[in-house]
Design a protein around this ligand. Structure first.
Ligand SMILES: NC(=O)c1ccc[n+]([C@@H]2O[C@H](COP(=O)([O-])OP(=O)(O)OC[C@H]3O[C@@H](n4cnc5c(N)ncnc54)[C@H](OP(=O)(O)O)[C@@H]3O)[C@@H](O)[C@H]2O)c1
Length: 279
């Protein structure tokens, strides 16, 4: 990975922090993206002390489209060629929240930010000798449905429903993107990291929070949770592999519904409209 540039969102905690650390250990120059300057600085200090590698800090709230665009501009300036993009930042919310752009927050952060950041960084990814885009999705996508009539949960909101919908969006987006990258030196794959003891669901309350606290001691460590992202981002045997869904470092089948090309295209077009991309 020496001489390669990598950008990891949600790198201040959990799976993203271990992914950034793992990439730095392998010699990549890593861009650490977080929303809190102090947590970004702490992650940078950890990378430097544990690997001796240089890393760069980027602060952005990725649930706001202006934040995503600003991050892309800053990262694009720092990395004229970007070899690895790990779209990882995500969260689940107990209550329905609406972002400044007018979208339900789970959809905005867990899905639309992946779409917009990838689009904005495409020229930098295309400038690399070969580039890998890793979208951290979830096995929760198997329960996901895209509710075109109530995407924002305005009529009926459920935390798990919105989360599963956004993670399903990640998988659909990955396949639609991969189709467009075929024949280029860029690839896009989706990942299920496992069920991992991270800060995830830390901002929730009620039953969701209680359930998360109860199962947390039984879950795999963030270090193990980062293994599939790192594998897909760096393993030589994954070079050229495009449009697959990985779990436990192996390509596996995603849900039957996620293979629906018409649905992939519908969500691709909708998501791009929602982030203001004019095709
Ligand atoms: N944990 C699991 O079992 C599991 C299973 C399947 C998939 N996943 C996926 O794995 C990814 C990482 O989650 P995790 O489990 O590692 O959770 P985590 O420990 O809570 O880490 C989430 C990261 O996203 C960042 N983030 C949250 N909101 C943000 C915002 N508005 N703008 C920018 N960054 C923001 C967080 O920053 P702060 O440090 O500031 O909070 C943190 O760095 C997510 O996409 C999640 O859906 C997790």
């Amino acid at each position: 990975m020496r001489g390669r540039n990598a950008l990891v969102t949600g790198a201040t905690s959990g799976i993203g922090a271990e992914t950034a650390l793992g990439l730095a250990r392998l010699g990549a120059r890593v861009g650490v993206v977080g929303r809190d300057p102090a947590r970004v600085a702490a992650t940078l200090a950890r990378i430097r002390s544990e690997t001796g590698a240089e890393a760069d800090s980027f602060v952005a709230d990725l649930s706001e489209q202006a934040g995503v665009r600003r991050l892309a501009a800053e990262a694009g300036e720092r990395y004229p060629a970007l070899d690895i993009l790990v779209n990882n930042a995500g969260a689940i919310f107990s209550e329905r929240q609406v972002t400044a752009d007018g979208f339900e927050r789970t959809w905005a952060l867990d899905h639309l930010a992946y779409v917009l950041l990838t689009h904005e960084l495409m020229p930098r990814l295309a400038a690399a000798p070969s580039a890998r885009i890793v979208n951290v999705a979830s096995a929760a996508h198997t329960r996901g449905r895209i509710d075109f009539d109530d995407l924002d949960g305005a009529r009926r909101f459920s935390a798990m429903g919105s989360y599963s919908q956004a993670k399903f969006g990640n998988v659909l987006f990955t396949y639609a993107l991969a189709r467009r990258l075929a024949g280029t030196r860029m690839t896009a794959n989706a990942v299920h990291p496992g069920v991992v003891a991270t800060g995830f669901a830390g901002n929730t309350h009620g039953l969701l929070n209680v359930a998360w606290r109860l199962i947390r001691p039984l879950l795999i460590t963030p270090e193990k949770g980062a293994r599939t992202s790192l594998h897909v981002a760096t393993a030589p045997e994954v070079a050229g592999v495009n449009g697959r869904y990985f779990s436990r470092c192996r390509p596996v089948a995603s849900s039957p519904l996620s293979r629906d090309e018409a649905l992939q295209e519908k969500v691709w077009a909708l998501s791009r409209r929602q982030v203001g991309i004019v095709d």
